[in-house]
Design a protein around this ligand. Structure first.
Ligand SMILES: [Zn+2]
Length: 593
């Protein structure tokens, strides 16, 4: 109680010089009236029992002790800026009559999203920042940056550039907690990979998937079957077999997901990404909420607790497509998943929930040069007519035999609900229809909807402005104010009682340097260029460490490691031969006596 009161005083002092003086006078005489006075001034938010937010680097001993929880759930609405959230909320109101998002009440800060050398981040460095506490380079997954050139970032020590750093998920796993990822993109896509893999290029999804499979996660649910399939993988490895051998239930449709028995679970419901929620066939693909519930159910059986990351992956793709329908319906799907998580967390009483986008997408505005205001009834009328996203409609219009312009107009009227296309809109569709360009068509269709509801878009890339931070803590010990994306990692580590630096030391020892220091002769066997092996020889013993796996081969004995072996060089490529690009769990190095 005393802690809460003093925090409130600090905030009030900052806000109002007159109050500050009054508080000082009261406090000097007797603290009690000052407190009472402040409670009266503080208004509804404090009266409702919300305390001021914490500063991570200034916790009192009591706060540091009380902040720890059993379970941490990080939820990422990829690409959701505040305009997107607002449009999502109005869509929810139009559809259900509920005029609030499930996470509205939890808003407590803004997140600065910039990356290691610029203002406008990509999902890979953003996820890496939220997972590891390091703002990093474009395309980087779970590594320190190649260089830093932004305020507040400390300079890299020589040799530290592009080296792997532990994620909060890995920290939780080493503590014996269960870990899980739930997404609707491909499971090795940038955001989930940022929490569970380490490599210089986000596009190397075959490689990232392999690390995830050997990472010892308990639950992985999403899209991306192709990345496990030997006929589609570049290295021809059968990762489904690996999963089965390691005791995972492997499921590929909604019914088998719902029926899966407790235990390790890997579910992939589409060859690549899953469908947008609005376009989803519920007989095949589960919803984000169903996957999240299943993950909670499975992970919560561990008495030591769990770490779970849930991503609303395709809100971002709605933004890239300048599509209000895809954006809003994906936010609605995310909103429902958050509700399921909050229901769990409040029931559990020992779970913290952190929600933040990685960046915004598309430069969305509510209001345009043509439309200065929009009645909610008109907004509802337009958006509720859409039965499919522009992305799906564009796909339908570009596969199979080419439709005539009239057939295309019919499909657009039926699925998007727009039957009053203007002459210039029809002209704009004709080109992409002829070219059979789904990308250009989805953009034209997205703009057709946007024009009718007063939504504007600046471009199809990411935005560099702050995004909203939402948080639930069972004892209300939340961080907030204007924070950094890296603070999500530091706060998560606090919640878990983990030291990320120590975990990095334990999981990613520099193999070239450390084996050499032990007197071993090191070399790289790249006979199979896609699967190079680090080799260390000492005293008649040979230790072989295959890349991206948690396996050590000591002479002819296989030993399971507590983390995966990482090579940060491009694979295949000449730098693979440099032992200094290899990292392995410290325990692997200690295997060579
Ligand atoms: Zn994006």
């Amino acid at each position: 109680m005393r802690v809460r009161v003093s925090l409130i005083i600090l905030i009030q002092e900052k806000e109002n010089p007159v109050r500050k003086r009054v508080v000082r006078i009261f406090s000097a005489v007797n603290p009690a009236p000052a407190v009472l006075f402040l409670w009266l001034l503080a208004g509804a938010s404090f009266a409702a029992g919300q305390s001021a937010v914490l500063k991570l680097n200034a916790l009192t001993d009591a706060q540091a002790r009380a902040v720890g929880v059993r379970n941490v759930i990080v939820m990422i609405p990829d690409g959701m800026g505040s305009a997107h959230a607002t449009v999502g909320r109005w869509y929810k109101f139009a559809k259900t009559g509920v005029n609030r998002l499930s996470f509205d009440d939890l808003a407590c800060g803004m997140v600065r999203t910039y990356w290691s050398t610029g203002l406008i981040t990509d999902s890979a460095p953003a996820a890496s920042a939220m997972a590891t506490g390091f703002k990093t380079s474009y395309g980087y997954i779970g590594l320190r940056p190649a260089k830093t050139a932004m305020p507040g970032l400390s300079e890299l020590l020589k040799g530290e550039e592009s080296t792997p750093v532990a994620s909060v998920l890995e920290a939780a796993r080493l503590q014996g907690r269960s870990t899980g990822l739930v997404v609707t993109c491909e499971f090795p896509h940038a955001t989930p990979a940022g929490f569970s893999s380490h490599y210089v290029q986000r596009s190397a999804m075959d490689l990232l998937a392999e690390q995830q499979v050997y990472q010892g996660l308990d639950v992985v649910l999403g899209g991306g079957r192709r990345y496990l399939d030997p006929s589609a993988r570049k290295d021809k490895e059968d990762l489904v077999k690996v999963l089965r051998d390691r005791g995972y239930a492997y499921v590929t449709d909604r019914a088998s997901l719902l029926a899966a028995k407790p235990g390790k679970l890997w579910g992939v419901f589409a060859p690549t990404a899953m469908e947008r929620d609005l376009d989803r066939d519920p007989r095949i693909e589960p919803s984000l909420t169903e996957m999240t519930r299943k993950a909670l159910d499975t992970l919560n059986r561990n008495p030591k607790g769990f770490f779970l990351m849930v991503e609303g992956s395709q809100i971002d793709w709605g933004g890239h497509a300048n599509d209000p329908i895809g954006t809003a319906t994906e936010i609605l799907a995310f909103d429902e998943a958050v509700q399921a998580v909050l229901d769990f967390a409040r029931r559990d009483g020992d779970t913290a929930v952190l929600i933040s986008a990685d960046h915004s997408t598309g430069g969305m505005s509510i209001g345009t040069p043509e439309i200065g205001d929009m009645p909610v009834a008109r907004f509802a009328e337009v958006v509720l007519k859409a039965k499919a996203t522009p992305t799906k409609i564009a796909q339908r219009l570009t596969e199979g035999p080419a439709p005539s312009l009239d057939e295309a107009k019919g499909l657009i009227a039926g699925l998007l609900g727009i039957s009053d296309l203007k002459t210039e809109e029809i002209a704009a569709l004709a080109g992409p229809l002829k070219e059979r360009s789904a990308k250009k068509l989805e953009l034209e269709l997205g703009h057709a909807v946007s024009r009718r509801v007063g939504i504007g878009w600046v471009f199809t890339g990411h935005g560099g402005e702050d995004v909203t931070f939402y948080c639930l803590h069972p004892r209300d010990l939340r961080i907030g104010g204007v924070i950094q994306n890296t603070d999500l990692a530091y706060y998560s580590a606090r919640l878990l009682g983990a030291n990320l630096g120590a975990v990095t030391g334990r999981l990613f020892a520099p193999a070239g340097r450390d084996f050499t220091a032990r007197g071993a002769a090191v070399s790289i066997d790249a006979a199979d260029p896609d699967n190079p092996v680090f080799q260390a020889v000492k005293g008649g013993h040979t230790l072989r460490l295959a890349v991206n796996k948690n396996l050590a081969e000591l002479d002819d004995r296989i030993i399971l490691l507590e983390g995966v072996v990482v090579c940060t060089a491009a694979i295949p490529g000449p730098s693979v031969m440099d032992p200094n690009t290899w990292f392995a769990p410290r325990a692997a190095i200690e295997l060579l006596k």
